[in-house]
Design a protein around this ligand. Sequence first.
Ligand code: FAD
Length: 388
Amino acid sequence: MITESMYEKDKKKYDYLIVGAGLFGCVFAREAALMGRRSLIIDKRDHIAGNIYTREVEGIQVHEYGAHIFHTSNKEVWDYVNQFAEFNRYTNSPVARYRDELYNLPFNMNTFHALWGVRTPKEAREEIDRQTAEARASIPDPDNAANVEEQALLLAGRDIYEKLVKGYTEKQWGRRADSLPAFIIKRLPFRFTYDNNYFNDKYQGIPVGGYTHMVENMLKKDIPDGLIEVRLGTDFFKVRDELSHCAEKIVYTGPIDEFFDRRLGSLEFRSLRFETEVLDEENYQGNAVVNYTEYEIPYTRIIEHKHFEFGNQKKTVITREYPAAWSLGDEPYYPVNDEKNNALCEEYKKLAQKEAGVIFGGRLGRYKYFDMHQVVADALEAVRQEVE
Ligand code: FAD
């Protein structure tokens, strides 16, 4: 016989338990709520927005987990995020500093002029062709680059490799370029125009008021009360037994291997360390992003956050970004999508397919580097599949 209290206990309070209040989890929760479904979002951090979290310091939005520029050519995604924030006209145009020399990125006519004094696309092409031909003549098997060094020399020639690629890549990976696998650099795109816009996408900008505010709006705007509940400072693995049964389904955006207690082994990541400083000056470097491409300087870039929003505050906030090795317990930033890790991830995906009540999403749940626009598109697709 089923008693009233047993029935109450078994009843699912939520449709979804969403692990991770990052972009994937929050887009999913919003769309589910618009279909009348209830979600409980938990995050082990003490804030929402995951890695796109921004925090206000001295009136400046500081990108706490690395510089984030929204860019996409997907109009549906662009219109989607514009519901929750006004985007400014920020265009990413990083500057690379090699010793005392400054170069515009991505590699374009401004870069080529600074490197070689060339003025026309024809002159630039000729110089690149000359240097890449030199590389082809000196590399034992030029059709099969043996490492990153050979690959970059074949694609771009010696000057660009030595000044703009070598040191930066070695710092990023913590290894010498001649011992890194060639696949790390697939292409080195050149632009034969005087255009410093880093991205080729149609739409680009930074949400006015910060990403955290954008995500807050996502969870609130037009959402009936009670359909989205957020619990911060809550690690899924500490409350798994208690919470797993409170929802019909779990949307899991943490590391896929951790969901399975890493029983097949650990997936590897690269990590980052950030050093943030408030400076008593108005303008430190004149640009939001300056890359340091020489090996001897231990950080890869300095971010000056106010330039993302054209700020004119009296002070400024800068962040030095240091690449770091990753071990369990460190913040996992970049998946290492080499053969070994991809093969292991495939094994975890087979286990994931057997978990009928769990949706694995986001950059950690899928073990793949995703830009924000891809995460939004993926989360929208995941919800669509729920209603089909
Ligand atoms: P996350 O934001 O990581 O959210 C996952 C959440 O799950 C986290 O908050 C985490 O705390 C939580 N979680 C994990 N495990 C548990 C657990 N056991 N219990 C509870 N909670 C848990 N994209 C761009 O489009 N433009 C850029 O300029 C750009 N710059 C980037 C710079 C850096 C340095 C990095 C690393 C990424 C950058 N990205 C950029 C990518 C962007 O950060 C991601 O696309 C986006 O943050 C992914 O969202 P997500 O929801 O998948 O993951």
